[in-house]
Design a protein around this ligand. Structure first.
Ligand code: 4AD
Length: 477
């Protein structure tokens, strides 16, 4: 007899069939009712044991977390809220779970506690729902790009460049600590290192993706990126996944259209394909809303919030307009901004971004045309000589979810910019080559995958939407 998934068993109407199922015990009540889950759905299948004919020794071993194999008859359930249940004929314990030691008890645990048990937390309802949504979102990302003529490019993890010029890179070296050879100037001689030069983990695949856009036209990356920034916030990870489309012959306007269409499409996919998980999270979200701050607070429930984003236009606002709004606003009647905006040119803090999205426009916002001196070197200079064709997409509860730009395609202007910022031309000779040989207008953006998962699942902390979060002082698993 073929093994059935719990998902099949809780949805089928074909009763009175013999079934076999394997999974982990969530709860065992009254020596009779096992709630069994195998990860295929948020729902458990109830397995009813004939306890009078089951050995005491076996009953004792049916504990939360134990792995069991069950053979029985699927029958229509009389219980409320469940379609079917299994009358158990045979039960085999595949793996015991000592209840005195198993950390995941059948009660609500705090997310902090579960983070310390990241290897087991996916056995809870919340984390299994989040990780299934994450998986479906990954698929939706590839589906969107593949159906729209993009080629998937795998850009390198180990690179010799700093794409963002922000110096937030993890070094990659084969030298043993304190034993690195020095050159005549007394500096570390990276020529003798594994790659013959200084290397780091990539902060973004953008520069390499640009090279492919200049040949394949429309490309995207979707891979891990790394930032050695010491940010202990609910929105920052040291290792996160980034989605980076890069498109030839597309300007900033097209880039904004693409980001909006892409985000709406993947959220719609999840709305259609993760109904049970989203409903579960929505309910959990509603409960949390009342008291604890672990999940985002919002006037709308989770599903309504997702629908709102897919059904409404994102508001497009220039940096200059945003500054005017912020100069004349307060976050609330009593409070001023912690970082008041006094002059044009200031970088926006998350309090400003949140104000624009959550209080002023009350919808996702795309800010564009930022001052050149607060943005990366590769962004195209506008004719005003002081702003660049940059864009950030800002989301409620999340802040910046996308950062992108039209790229500087003019060789001379790019060289000038690099000189001004002291970026070594020799390091980026290959990037400059793109501007020498068949240059063209092109644009792209980077979307932080975990921030998208955070928004889609309503989770308040980015550490709870990636299986094994990497943050400062934390790489246990
Ligand atoms: O704005 P960023 O730094 O842009 C780039 O890296 C560009 N090279 C992307 C491109 O144009 N191809 O990062 C892009 C996005 C942010 O909007 C945010 O969603 C996410 O990446 N991000 C992070 N997510 C989690 N933890 C961090 N430390 C992040 N830093 C950026």
């Amino acid at each position: 007899m073929q093994r059935s998934s719990v998902l099949n068993l809780v949805t089928t109407k074909e009763f009175d069939q013999k079934v076999t199922v394997k999974g982990w015990v969530r709860t065992f009540r009254s020596n009779r009712f096992i709630a069994l889950n195998d990860g295929s759905t948020i729902k458990n299948i109830q397995c009813v044991i004939d306890f009078e004919n089951t050995a005491e020794e076996i009953l004792k071993r049916i504990t939360t977390g134990a792995c069991v194999s069950i053979v029985g008859t699927l029958v229509e359930s009389q219980g409320k809220g469940q379609n079917s249940e299994i009358q158990v004929d045979e039960l085999e314990i595949l793996g015991d779970s000592n209840p005195d030691e198993y950390p995941i008890q059948p009660k609500k645990h705090s997310f902090e506690f579960l983070r310390e048990n990241a290897h087991l937390r996916v056995r809870t309802n919340t984390f299994s729902a989040v990780m299934r949504v994450r998986s479906k979102l990954s698929f939706a990302v590839h589906k969107y790009f593949q159906e729209n003529g993009f080629n998937y490019v795998n850009t390198p993890i180990i690179t010799g460049s700093d794409a963002e010029g922000a110096g937030e890179m993890f070094k990659v070296t084969n030298f043993e600590a304190n034993k690195a050879p020095k050159n005549e100037d007394g500096n570390v001689d990276f020529k003798q290192d594994f790659f013959g030069k200084e290397t780091n983990l990539t902060v973004s695949g953008q520069l390499e993706a640009e090279t492919y856009a200049m040949a394949l036209g429309k490309v995207y990356t979707f891979g891990p990126t790394f930032r050695a920034e010491n940010s202990n916030t609910t929105r920052h990870l040291s290792e996160f996944w980034m989605i980076e489309p890069e498109v030839a012959f597309m300007d900033l306007e097209g880039n904004m259209d693409l980001s909006e269409d892409f985000i709406k499409s993947v959220i719609n996919y999840v709305l259609e394909n993760c109904k049970d998980d989203l409903e579960f999270l929505d309910q959990r979200f509603a409960q949390e809303e009342k008291g604890k701050p672990q999940l985002q607070r919002s006037e709308l429930g989770l599903i309504d919030k997702l629908k709102f984003v897919t059904e409404n236009d994102f508001k497009r606002v220039s940096y200059t307009e945003a500054i005017d709004i912020l100069r004349n606003s307060k976050p609330n009647k009593k409070k001023k901004f912690q970082f008041p905006i006094n002059e044009w040119g200031a970088d926006l803090q998350s309090e400003h971004e949140r104000f624009l999205v959550e209080k002023h426009f009350k919808c996702p916002v795309i800010l564009f045309d930022y001052p050149a001196n607060i943005k990366a070197f590769y962004m195209r200079l506008n004719d005003d000589g002081k702003t660049v064709r940059a864009m950030d997409v800002l989301f409620p509860g999340i802040g910046e979810i996308v950062g992108g730009a039209q790229r500087e395609e003019r060789y001379d202007v790019l060289i000038e910019k690099m000189k001004a910022l002291d970026i070594d031309e020799k390091e980026l000779w290959w990037y400059l080559d793109l501007r020498k040989f068949g240059t063209a207008v092109h644009s792209g953006f980077g979307l932080g995958f975990e921030r998208l998962v955070q928004f889609t699942t309503g989770m308040g902390n980015i550490r709870d939407v990636i299986p094994f979060p990497r943050t400062p002082q934390n790489a246990e698993f």
